[in-house]
Write a protein that binds this ligand. Structure first.
Ligand SMILES: NC(=O)c1ccc[n+]([C@@H]2O[C@H](COP(=O)([O-])OP(=O)(O)OC[C@H]3O[C@@H](n4cnc5c(N)ncnc54)[C@H](OP(=O)(O)O)[C@@H]3O)[C@@H](O)[C@H]2O)c1
Length: 220
């Protein structure tokens, strides 16, 4: 399988690239900073320089040619302001989905966040509200497209080692944390299971092995 990952030097993306390379899949990570290419290659993926806040959908569609799936794992990240929540967490996802449609790449896994899908709670900070608003809008954009999308909403991310055990279900899942390594394993498994398309899934740490959790979400 050929997988293009937006946000190719992100923490989840690097873990996912290692998993995909380990099972013989080909991954390409889109990065905006060429200095990150070495890390992406070390993770077993190809590195492609593409600033998702500057590229056009036509530009990105060329990069997606021949791919089997797209993973949106980019994000403006901690320390960024409200404007970049919109330009990355929303607009870059819209760009990738637009490009996927143009390139005929139907499978699209979007990393969103628990908390998306509802208006930000009154009294939350401006940046958090912008983040949740951006993720909610990116989800809505993707759901309206004729793509085989899956929206994955992890809880709070940690850098703990993978546990292999998760809670994965349609919302609402109680709030919780999840290691990025388990998120990467779930994305890899979602890519293998197109029967999870057209679902929005929330993810935290839990008791269910990843493979069993994915199987239980596949629609008959
Ligand atoms: N933190 C949490 O607790 C939490 C919870 C749920 C969901 N999430 C979501 O999970 C996703 C991945 O998380 P993570 O921890 O792996 O994120 P991360 O390490 O912050 O990675 C995000 C990546 O996006 C890239 N990016 C930003 N702007 C870009 C642009 N214009 N063009 C290309 N790439 C760009 C960043 O590259 P640069 O190095 O160039 O900035 C970075 O490599 C994010 O969407 C995040 O919102 C986070």
């Amino acid at each position: 399988m050929r997988v293009v990952i937006a946000g190719g030097h992100g923490k989840i993306a690097l873990l996912l690239e290692r998993l995909l390379a380990g099972r013989g899949d080909q991954a390409a990570g889109l990065i905006r900073n060429p200095a990150q290419a070495g890390d992406v290659r070390q993770a077993g993926a190809g590195a492609v320089v593409c600033d998702l806040e500057a590229a056009s959908a036509a530009d990105v569609a060329v990069l997606l040619s021949g791919a089997d799936a797209v993973v949106f794992a980019a994000g403006a990240g901690p320390g960024s302001g409200a404007a970049r929540k919109d330009s990355v967490d929303r607009a870059a996802s819209v760009l990738m989905a637009d490009a996927a449609g143009r390139a005929g790449v139907r499978r699209f896994v979007q990393v969103s966040s628990m908390g998306a899908g509802q208006p930000p709670r009154p009294g939350t900070g401006e940046v958090w509200a912008a983040y949740i608003t951006a993720k909610t809008a990116a989800e809505a954009d993707l759901r309206a497209r004729d793509l085989d999308w899956t929206i994955l909403r992890p809880g709070g991310l940690t850098d703990a080692p993978a546990t292999g055990r998760i809670r994965l279900a349609a919302p609402p899942v109680p709030a919780g944390t999840v290691p990025r390594a388990d998120v990467a394993a779930v994305i890899a498994a979602l890519l293998d299971n197109p029967g999870t398309r057209h679902q929005t899934l929330e993810l935290t740490g839990g008791d269910t092995p990843v493979a069993a959790a994915i199987t239980s979400t596949v629609r008959a």
